[in-house]
Design a protein around this ligand. Sequence first.
Ligand SMILES: Cc1cc2nc3c(=O)[nH]c(=O)nc-3n(C[C@H](O)[C@H](O)[C@H](O)COP(=O)(O)O)c2cc1C
Length: 106
Amino acid sequence: MPSKILVTYASRTGSTAEIAQAIGKTLAEGGAQVDVRAMQDVHDLAPYRAAVAGSAVRKSKWLPEAARFIETHRAELAQAFRDVYGLHHACCCSINSMRSVLCNRF
Ligand SMILES: Cc1cc2nc3c(=O)[nH]c(=O)nc-3n(C[C@H](O)[C@H](O)[C@H](O)COP(=O)(O)O)c2cc1C
């Protein structure tokens, strides 16, 4: 079974990338094996047991590469998204709260 968690992002000016790095760092501090990658650099989800995906928003939509990523990996992500269902509650909390939620689940 794959052991790593993927944190992937689509960003234009760097803010979403910074958030992804912070999530990856806190997950790693909780003991997880984590890769933080730009979405355009992710081609294979097989090495990952779970994925956290985020995108900058333009005119209420994710960036095109983020929409493509979700479409391309829809079937594999369906399981991962079920695994992190409810995480939107944690997103309103601090990164440390998110770490405890994610690390308890994974
Ligand atoms: C042209 C443009 C349109 C935007 N539209 C939205 C929007 O509809 N909703 C929103 O919440 N933020 C919107 N934003 C804000 C960006 O999502 C925000 O600046 C984001 O944090 C940038 O992320 P990045 O640094 O990873 O590229 C917009 C920004 C720009 C420049």
